[in-house]
Structures are given as structure tokens and as C-alpha cells.
Design a protein around this ligand. Structure first.
Ligand code: PMP
Length: 360
């Protein structure tokens, strides 16, 4: 059985080298005589796996000393609640930008805990752009300012981060963490589910500036309190050990590729290969234009649902899978995270060209 070109939005393709390495260690990790899955999370071997994953992530993202890194569970969706529970602690209000389904969920959850001011939205045009942000609308007394840095479903991303002054910027970076060099010091908090650029589903990374920790609302469940997790080194309860191990392998792989700068360069090349084709195509078209285009998730349509369905069917048969777009956009979407090679994207473009020629 041959491996396919997997364009899934998440959980998504992992580097083949990582899977092979995991395969080689699945029965016995190092000299432990057991699988990482079977190990106590307090064992020396696992502690070193955790420490190494943390230090590699710190190195790759240039995370400053005054930020803590946590490996949690509950997905990015738990962070929709955890962020307000821990950060909406002074004036009980926060600014949010609504750029898609995930922002909307974050907004809905935050409203349970305080006043949410949606300062801009792109819902009027099916979230096909990043709205202009009017600084005059930013609330200087907001406890934080929340954005989704990359919108997985609609294929948009911020070309520039908003300048929120002293208000901590919080970024849901689930679908573009490690795809480009972000200046972590511009954020108060970053969170990301692992299942796109970091590893398998089950681990959630949180990077938080120290001064934001320690003022959670009184009724915050222990498991939702960053302070508890920090004081226990991501070991308040049993962490997702195998997921953290695999994430460590992915982080080492990113390092071997030349780090985040190298990933960014190749990701731009990959995205350009697809966007250039879409812009020239007489059959396919991109649903997003200009600077807001995501480098990770690229939705496209033919304008005819039957042709879309035919394309997806034929692409799947040819080994290009998980290309169906989200139901709210329709058409197709190619998610081209770090593990997708330039060659994989070029092959997809080649296939699309052939399909276009056959379906004029
Ligand atoms: N935010 C973004 C940007 C996402 O893409 C996703 C998942 N696709 C989520 C949040 C939700 O993540 P999870 O399923 O890990 O809760």
C-alpha cells in the first residue's frame, strides 16, 4: 500500500521520517525496554522527552525567557474558555476579531465570562478576507485582544499583526504555528492544537507570558488554571505522553529542515505554486485574494458543484486525498502544512492542469 498525498486540514500529514522513527522505537524506546506509550510520565526517560520537546520548541520559535510553554489537553477549543477564565481578570472585558468559525466559537465561549467587544468581522463576505482594524475601536482597558492568526476553513491569515499597545495580544495559532517566524514577544499568549503543524491530535501547546499567570477567576476548574499546569511542569495530571513524544520528533524534524525560516521559505514556494496556477486557471479559482491569502490552507472552487465533486473523486482515485472543502465554503481546500513537500504541491497542480484540460 502506497502513502497518498494527504491534504487534510487536521489531523493532517506528518513527515514520513517522523513516522519511520516512531515505528523504529515503538517496541523499545532507547534502553528502556518499553514503548513510550507504556512509560510512567514521571520516569526519567519521559521527563527527558518532555524537556527536550519544550526546549526545541523554545529554540525554534525563539520564545523569550519570560514565557512559559505548556503541553495541555482539550484541544484549542478548551483554550476558548481557558483564555478568558485566566486573563479576563481586571476589567472583565476583551476585544475579539471575528474572522471565521473558530473565532466565532472563541467569542461565544468568552461571552460566558465577561464582556466581549467584537471590533471587526469579515462575516459579510463568508470570511473571505481579514477585516481592516480601526485602532480607534480598540479598547485600551481590555484585558486582552484575541485573533485567529490563520483561518483554517476560509484560508485567510493576517499579513500583519495588530498593534495592541499594552493590551496583551492572544493568538489562536492552531493552523500556522511553526509555518512562519512569528515574534512571540508581540503576544501575551499563543495557543495551538497540535494536529496540523506540530504532531498528532491530543496535545495543545500554550505559550504564555509569565506576568499574565496567577489571576484566574475564583471558580476556574483546576484543570483550566494555567498556574496549576505551570507549577507542575505540564504534569498536574497525566499528560498526553505519546503525543508529546511525537511532537518532539516533529520539532526535531523542523530543526533538521533548517528551522522555521526554512519552513517559511518553502511554505511560500508551495503556496505560490498553487495560487499562481489558480490565478491563471480557466476552471479553478481561489476564494481569497491579495495579501490575506493563507499559506497553509488554500480553498478553491470551480463554480459548479458537480464539477467539484468530479474533481474530488478523480483526485482521490489518483492519490490526492482529503481535498473536499469545508461545507460552509464548498468546493475544495488543500491544506499544505509543513509536512507537505513542494513536490506534493507540484504534483497536485499537475493533476489539476490535466483535469482542467479534460473538462473544458
Ligand atoms: N482553532 C483553529 C484555527 C482550528 O483550525 C481548530 C481546529 N481545526 C480549532 C481552533 C479547534 O481545535 P481543536 O479541535 O483542537 O479543539
Amino acid at each position: 500500500m502506497q502513502r497518498v498525498y494527504n491534504f487534510s486540514a487536521g489531523p493532517s500529514a506528518l513527515p514520513e521520517e517522523v513516522l519511520k522513527k516512531a515505528q523504529s522505537e515503538i517496541l523499545c524506546y532507547g534502553t528502556s525496554g518499553m514503548s513510550v506509550m507504556e512509560m510512567s510520565h514521571r520516569s526519567k526517560d519521559f521527563m527527558s522527552i518532555l524537556d527536550s520537546a519544550e526546549s526545541t520548541l523554545r529554540e525554534l520559535m525563539h520564545v523569550p525567557e519570560n514565557y512559559k510553554i505548556l503541553f495541555l489537553q482539550g484541544g484549542a477549543s478548551s483554550q476558548f474558555a481557558m483564555v478568558p477564565l485566566n486573563l479576563m481578570n481586571k476589567n472583565k472585558k476583551a476585544d475579539y476579531v471575528n474572522t471565521g468559525a473558530w473565532s466565532k466559537k472563541a467569542i461565544k465561549e468568552a461571552k460566558r465570562y465577561g464582556a466581549v467587544n467584537v471590533i471587526a468581522s469579515s462575516e459579510d463576505k463568508t470570511f473571505s478576507y481579514i477585516p481592516e482594524l480601526d485602532i480607534a475601536k480598540f479598547d485600551k482597558d481590555a484585558d486582552y485582544f484575541h485573533i485567529t492568526t490563520n483561518n483554517t476553513i476560509y484560508g485567510t491569515r493576517y499579513a500583519e499583526l495588530p498593534d495592541t499597545g499594552n493590551v496583551p495580544l492572544v493568538g489562536d495559532m492552531s493552523s500556522d504555528i511553526l509555518s512562519k517566524n512569528y515574534d512571540v514577544s508581540k503576544f501575551g499568549l499563543i495557543y495551538a492544537g497540535a494536529q496540523k503543524n506540530l504532531g498528532p491530535a491530543g496535545v495543545t501547546v500554550v505559550i504564555i507570558r509569565e506576568d499574565l499567570v496567577g489571576n484566574a477567576m475564583d471558580f476556574t476548574p483546576t484543570m483550566f488554571n494555567y498556574k496549576e499546569h505551570i507549577e507542575n511542569g505540564s504534569m498536574y495530571n497525566t499528560p498526553p505522553t505519546y503525543g508529546i513524544y511525537l511532537m518532539g520528533l516533529v520539532l526535531n524534524w523542523v530543526k533538521e529542515q533548517g528551522g522555521v525560516d526554512a519552513m517559511e521559505k518553502i511554505n511560500i514556494e508551495k503556496a505560490n505554486a498553487l495560487y499562481n496556477f489558480l490565478d491563471a486557471s480557466s476552471l479553478f479559482k481561489s476564494t481569497v485574494s491579495g495579501k490575506d491569502r493563507s499559506v497553509m490552507n488554500i480553498p478553491f472552487v470551480t463554480g459548479n458543484e458537480e464539477v467539484d465533486a468530479k474533481f474530488i473523486k478523480e483526485a482521490t482515485a489518483a492519490g490526492f486525498v482529503q481535498l473536499k472543502g469545508h461545507r460552509s465554503v464548498g468546493g475544495m481546500r488543500a491544506s499544505i502544512y509543513n509536512a507537505i513537500s513542494l513536490e506534493g504541491v507540484q504534483k497536485l497542480v499537475e493533476f489539476m492542469k490535466q483535469f482542467e484540460a479534460a473538462n473544458k
